[in-house]
Design a protein around this ligand. Structure first.
Ligand SMILES: Nc1ncnc2c1ncn2[C@@H]1O[C@H](COP(=O)(O)OP(=O)(O)OP(=O)(O)O)[C@@H](O)[C@H]1O
Ligand SMILES: O=P(O)(O)OC[C@H]1O[C@H](OP(=O)(O)OP(=O)(O)O)[C@H](O)[C@@H]1O
Ligand SMILES: [Mg+2]
Length: 293
């Protein structure tokens, strides 16, 4: 095995050390990739998949993908939009959820962005912010700040900010309120366009995405096993939004049937409550590790 990045592999850039790092590493390991990741490492080679992983600052990922330094990147959509580079977003990954919002001091009395005309707006996302206000025809002076944007109104630097919000606690801590959403973000896979046009690379990318889909689909479902009265089986089958029709097996008692199915997490409690009222018993629920439909 060589220590250089090899040509017949695809290259994936992920955040080296930050909010997305742990979830991203976990996802890669859950899809069965074997690789070393030490903090001082800049890249590692997957032992069982034709891919090399580069660890970089998240701000650089979209640029590296656009330039073809790497074929794929995993990064927050907020940074893909801000980088404004020609890359393809090919899959949302359902972690790293946050939103970019316009916020103002709570006591300012400002509730609409039109009231910010002629004002200073501080942000670490100048490209996205300028475009947002231009599209809304509100003329503002965008000031670029690299961090702790929330304190700029209190310092008199700006009348409003555009910053990432997740729980909203940073805004509350600084007596700010959000007045408009600029974009919703989550971790996404982005790809270099030439790599997608290369059949060999595109095939490896598709293998990786298939694995990601399997893990993500599984996280949205629970596997449910239960015994139901044979008389209620027909109706119970209609209320179970499983993948296809549920698996029905006979039990030692002909008046009871065993039913196995996958139920979407978001409908789970409603369905379980209804099943219980219809006489289902011995309901066992388990997580699904991977799922391919
Ligand atoms: N409070 C939050 N909650 C959830 N996700 C967030 C939050 N803040 C940021 N994110 C998402 O996580 C990404 C990485 O955030 P992080 O704070 O690690 O960035 P960073 O400090 O710029 O890291 P780097 O050192 O790699 O440049 C953000 O670009 C965004 O997509
Ligand atoms: O709505 P909340 O849950 O409070 O999250 C939002 C905060 O999280 C991020 O900052 P981070 O903690 O990464 O600090 P930094 O931007 O100063 O690096 C973001 O820039 C906000 O400040
Ligand atoms: Mg960064």
């Amino acid at each position: 095995m060589t220590s250089k990045l090899s040509g017949d592999h695809i290259k994936l850039a992920i955040q080296k050390d930050g909010r997305l790092t742990e979830d991203t590493r976990n996802l890669l390991r859950t899809v069965g990739l074997h690789f070393e990741s030490y903090k001082q490492r800049l890249f590692s080679i997957c032992r069982n998949f034709p891919m090399d992983i580069l660890y970089v600052r998240d701000d650089d990922i979209a640029e590296y993908v656009a330039e073809g330094v790497v074929d794929l990147g995993i990064v927050g959509r907020n940074l893909v939009v801000e980088a404004d580079k020609p890359v393809e977003e090919i899959m949302p990954l359902n972690y790293g959820h946050c939103s970019l919002k316009v916020a103002v001091p709570a006591e300012s009395g400002i509730s609409r962005i039109e009231q910010l005309a002629g004002c200073k707006v501080a942000t670490s996302y100048p490209v996205t912010t300028s475009r947002f206000f231009e599209e809304r025809n509100v003329d503002v002076n965008v000031i670029t700040i690299s961090g702790s944007v929330e304190i700029t109104p209190a310092l008199g630097v700006a009348s409003a900010i555009v910053d990432l919000v997740s729980t909203g606690s940073s805004l509350r801590l600084n007596d700010l309120i959000a007045i408009e959403n600029v974009l919703d973000s989550q971790s996404v896979v982005i790809a270099n366009r030439d790599s997608l046009a290369d059949n060999q690379k595109a095939a490896i990318v598709e293998r990786l995405l298939t694995r990601f889909r399997g893990v993500m689909a599984a996280s949205e479902y629970k596997y449910v096993m239960m015994n139901v009265p044979a008389s209620a089986l027909e109706y119970i089958s209609t209320i179970m939004p499983g993948l296809k029709s549920p698996t029905v097996l006979p039990t030692a008692d002909p008046s009871w049937m065993a039913v196995h199915t996958a139920i979407r997490e978001d409908m789970f409690w409603d369905v379980i409550e209804e099943l219980k009222t219809l006489g289902a018993q011995g309901i066992l629920v388990s997580s699904i590790e991977k799922m391919f439909v």
